[in-house]
Design a protein around this ligand. Structure first.
Ligand SMILES: Cc1cc2nc3c(=O)[nH]c(=O)nc-3n(C[C@H](O)[C@H](O)[C@H](O)COP(=O)(O)O)c2cc1C
Length: 224
């Protein structure tokens, strides 16, 4: 969750918001026999009787749209073992553009929605009972219909993700700006790790190759 266009008074220290602790979750959904999931960090148990959680989701996310329409989601509690590639797959691209589960073996809970078996230590199956428009985000209050513990590996926190998983700007004696992967040490040179622009470039190359293929077929037909 970002700070957005926070209206600050002169004495407000917005860094205080970074002191709030969050967990990390894979929020999975299913609509018309298609699975999708995204990373979320704003989920908490908010009542015990009835047993309810609240989930805040950006209205821009496809996940948010699907939950609004279907009223169902699973929340898998991510562990410290989830690598950055897992966050890239589910948190840096939208299910509107790609099938995030392509090439993965999926495991389903009793409600038919997938849960994360490798990098989560538990999951909750949730049914939305209230939904509130918060502006940039939508708040879903949901009843927990089913829950299961998968392992006793430590849960990841948002702070852990920021300090241990997310690539850091590389410390460089020569002043080269870049990002270092905390797992493999790979340094991406450049001011920003811009995965969205890399995806846009890949799509552009695909379109160009497609156009070249059409042109070649037309030329072949003309020469025959
Ligand atoms: C560490 C991390 C935490 C995130 N937390 C949230 C969150 O709390 N709420 C949210 O709406 N999006 C959050 N996101 C962003 C979504 O996962 C991301 O926008 C995703 O691409 C949405 O996919 P979708 O369009 O398929 O739903 C987070 C992403 C990361 C990497």
């Amino acid at each position: 969750m970002g700070l957005g266009c926070l209206k600050r008074n002169k004495t407000m220290d917005s860094a205080a918001l970074f002191k709030i602790q969050y967990g990390l979750f894979l929020i999975s959904t299913r609509e018309n026999e298609r699975d999708n999931a995204c990373i979320g960090n704003v989920l908490a148990q908010v009542s015990s009787s009835p047993l309810r959680v609240a989930l805040s989701s950006s209205k821009r996310n496809y996940t948010c749209e699907i939950i609004e329409r279907t009223g169902r989601f699973n929340a898998s509690t991510l562990t410290v073992e989830a690598p950055f590639s897992f966050y890239e797959r589910f948190g840096f691209q939208s299910g509107r553009d790609v099938d995030k589960f392509a090439g993965l073996d999926v495991v389903r809970a009793a409600n038919g929605l997938v849960y994360e078996p490798r990098f989560a230590n538990a999951y909750l199956s949730c049914k939305v009972v209230e939904s509130l428009d918060l502006g940039s985000h939508r708040l879903f209050v949901a009843e927990i219909e089913d829950a299961k513990v998968l392992s006793d590996v430590e849960s990841a926190t948002y702070e852990y993700y920021r300090s241990e998983v997310k690539p850091k700007p590389a410390a460089s004696a020569k002043g080269v700006k870049g990002w270092r992967c905390s797992v493999c040490g790979y340094v991406h040179k450049g001011a920003e790790l811009n995965i969205h622009s890399n995806l846009a470039q890949e799509n552009l190359v695909r379109i160009l190759l497609f156009l070249i293929r059409i042109a070649k077929t037309k030329l072949k037909k003309m020469s025959n």
